[in-house]
Design a protein around this ligand. Structure first.
Ligand code: PHE
Length: 344
């Protein structure tokens, strides 16, 4: 029996030494130490032994069990370690590889132009306001001195939603809204950038949706010369200190007098060329002194208050500043175009 035990131990140890997977160790454990294993079945025969032999064989059997268990544990640990190392090696990350470059994003040209203009006016004490794009007929027209059936309503082809609701055709309704909301008639100095909509057929210079920036300054003694001074600063900062401006008489129902502002052509320096259509001047924006009716409807006494307003199209300004010849470029999201204007 003693020999039997010894040979079981030797056999088990051999198999353990040969095993190269942890699952094999499990099988070995079952085959030798399990309920039906060979060690167990030898021990079952112990009843046949004499009293003297029993403790001796029992001790050997215990030692054999311990030896096999220890060998299994040791081998299992070794295989586990090897497995782990293999996995680590297979999943290793080469930290010496250079990273994949993440391309830099940047603001859309239209966004940067609007922000540039905002900064400029904020620097002159203007606040930035917003208004709704779905506007009432009242604020888009009536409050701006354009009563129903006024012929000047034809100037702007409108997307109507209902008889009273429309897509705003300009940012001027924000003038009326801002003044009306200001019940204590405090001075107002604001600009309002935003989207506007017109029933135009898209081409190189027209778009059914584009951007405007409105300006409004109302106080007790605002004059035309204030408008001129501020627009001159704006033009020089935007287009260069050597630009001249000129104001031409014009007409808007909500301003009186009304003007259009031109800047001297940069291409020909005022000599006349194809860009300025031989005039030496390029039209930039419209403006004027807020019409007394508009002040009155918004709750400001026109005898006491005066103001100026202006409206410009940032797309047009960017086109002139950068020589872009098609307004549709702003809305196509062609990355090759947009990338040229990303600031570093
Ligand atoms: N709202 C006018 C337009 O869309 C521009 C403008 C604004 C003119 C403010 C005068 C004063 O053409």
């Amino acid at each position: 029996m003693k020999e039997q035990l010894e040979s079981i131990q030797a056999e088990a140890l051999d198999k353990i030494a040969e095993a190269d997977e942890r699952k094999q160790l499990q099988d070995i454990k079952v085959a030798y130490l399990g309920k039906k294993g060979s060690l167990t079945s030898v021990l079952r025969g112990m009843g046949k032994l004499s009293k003297e032999e029993r403790p001796v064989v029992g001790e050997i059997a215990n030692r054999v069990r311990e030896t096999i268990t220890a060998a299994l544990d040791e081998k299992d640990e070794k295989l586990e370690k090897e497995e782990m190392e293999e996995q680590l090696e297979a999943e290793a990350i080469d930290i010496s590889l250079p990273g994949r470059p993440v391309p830099d994003g940047g603001a859309h040209l239209l966004t940067s132009i609007v922000e540039e203009i905002e900064d400029l006016f904020i620097g002159m004490g203007f606040e930035v306001r917003e208004g709704p794009e779905v506007e009432t007929d009242y604020f888009n027209f009536e409050a701006l001195n354009l009563p129903k059936n006024h012929p000047a309503r034809d100037m702007q082809d409108t997307f109507y939603i209902t008889n009273e609701l429309l897509m705003r055709t300009h940012t001027s309704p924000v003038q009326a809204r801002t003044m009306k909301a200001n019940e204590q008639n405090k001075p107002v100095k604001m600009i309002c950038p935003g989207k506007v909509y017109r029933r135009d057929t898209d081409d190189a210079t027209h778009s059914h949706q584009f951007t405007q920036i409105e300006g409004l300054y109302v106080d007790t003694d605002v004059r035309m010369s204030d408008l001129k001074g501020i627009l001159d600063k704006f033009a020089k900062k935007m287009f260069g200190a050597d630009r001249e401006i000129r104001l031409r008489p014009s007409f808007f129902p909500f301003t009186e007098p009304s003007v259009e502002m031109d800047i001297s052509c940069k291409v020909c320096n005022g000599e006349g060329c194809s860009v300025c259509k031989q005039t030496g001047w390029i039209e930039i924006l419209g403006g004027g002194m807020v019409h007394p009716n508009v002040l009155e409807m918004a709750g400001y006494d026109p005898e006491k208050y005066s103001g100026f307003a202006f409206g410009m199209g940032p797309e047009r300004i960017a086109m002139l500043k950068y020589g872009i010849n098609d307004i549709r470029q702003f809305y196509l999201n062609d990355k090759r175009f947009l990338k040229q204007y990303h600031k570093a």
